[in-house]
Design a protein around this ligand. Sequence first.
Ligand code: SAH
Length: 251
Amino acid sequence: MIEFVGAGPGASDLITVRGAKLLREADVIVYAGSLVNAALLDEAKPTCEIYNSAKMTLEEVLEVMIAAERAGKRVVRLHTGDPCVYGAHREQMDALDAAGITYEVCPGVSSFCGAAAALKAEYTLPEVSQTVILTRMEGRTPVPDAEQIEKLAAHGSTMVIFLSSGMLEQLSARLIAGGYAPETPAAIVYKATWDDEKVVRTTVAGLAEAARAHNISKTALITVGGFLGTEYERSKLYDPTFTTEFREASK
Ligand code: SAH
């Protein structure tokens, strides 16, 4: 059996209880060394074989996992955050399907949740935005035309932008071209939940300068939108004049 496990955003105690148990039981761990906290590997058995996928190709990762699984070993493939976003996860699952190998997926706390915690913010505020767009700028991986930053920015919703902190001049210009006012609040969250986490509050126009001032060029999320501001409506769910499935409105 192969288990894909989300390691969480950084702090080693932000893995799930299930994920930590799978790590303790593993005979082989293949971890994403670029962003997974190596302290998580302290959980592993002394006999566990450990591989850093940052130095491997997809083929090499598969070879290690498939050989171990065929030898009856318990394999954990440890991904940063949750494997479902920018995890290069599907290609591994498809290869395992083709090889007739079963696997399970144990979710993790994605860095976009870690960033909200660092910001002490809620992405979905009544009368501000009820939508969170998770996206990235084009790098070596292309982004479909319909998902270019300008087009997504036109919604004016909450945006969380991955993998883009080295291109902030361009990101700002494109967010503004798409419709955000230059003074729209924005924040850079570097290494959310790690010991060296940094939270920098700025505006859409100020992103590049703020990153330079704090020496940030990677391992950061850019968050944008009115959710970082002060105006919003309170929720209906906890409004005393509202009846819900669980509570009668007070008269
Ligand atoms: N699957 C991961 C994302 C992997 S892509 C997840 O769920 O979070 C790698 C990108 O994620 C980084 O370039 C950065 O933009 C973001 N990232 C990952 N961990 C982060 C953290 N702790 N703080 C801020 N951004 C992070």
